[in-house]
Every structure is written in structure tokens, then in C-alpha cells.
Design a protein around this ligand. Structure first.
Ligand SMILES: [Zn+2]
Length: 65
């Protein structure tokens, strides 16, 4: 999944792709842009339901005989 990296000053597209941390100087307005990924390896929204049934693990010892 590519991600557009645009200048925060003039909005010029600087690059596209994935990044963790990036420093790009805009050739147009010469503004130094610093991009940082929100959270590397963040859990995708919707993967797991917010509500999870708390199923207590009740294990009873069954003794035969
Ligand atoms: Zn710019």
C-alpha cells in the first residue's frame, strides 16, 4: 500500500511509498518536512471487535470414581 507523502507547506507530492521516519526537503518551497509513522505495527482497526466476551475459564476437577 503506497502512501502519498506531500509537503506540509505547499502540498507538493514529494514521494510515495511506506516509511517509518522521513526527512524530505521540498524542492519547491524548500521547506523541511519531517514525517513519522504513527505507530509501526499498529493493530488494524476492525480486525478485532472492541467488545470481547469475558469468558472466565472455569475448570472443574472431575474425579471419576
Ligand atoms: Zn513545499
Amino acid at each position: 500500500m503506497n502512501q502519498d507523502i506531500r509537503c506540509t507547506q505547499c502540498g507538493r507530492k514529494l514521494a510515495a511509498g511506506r516509511y517509518l521516519e522521513l526527512h524530505i526537503k521540498c524542492p519547491r518551497c524548500r521547506a523541511m518536512n519531517h514525517f513519522k509513522a504513527e505507530r509501526p505495527g499498529a493493530p488494524q482497526p476492525g480486525a478485532t471487535d472492541g467488545r470481547q466476551s469475558d469468558h472466565s475459564l472455569a475448570r472443574r476437577q472431575t474425579t471419576l470414581g
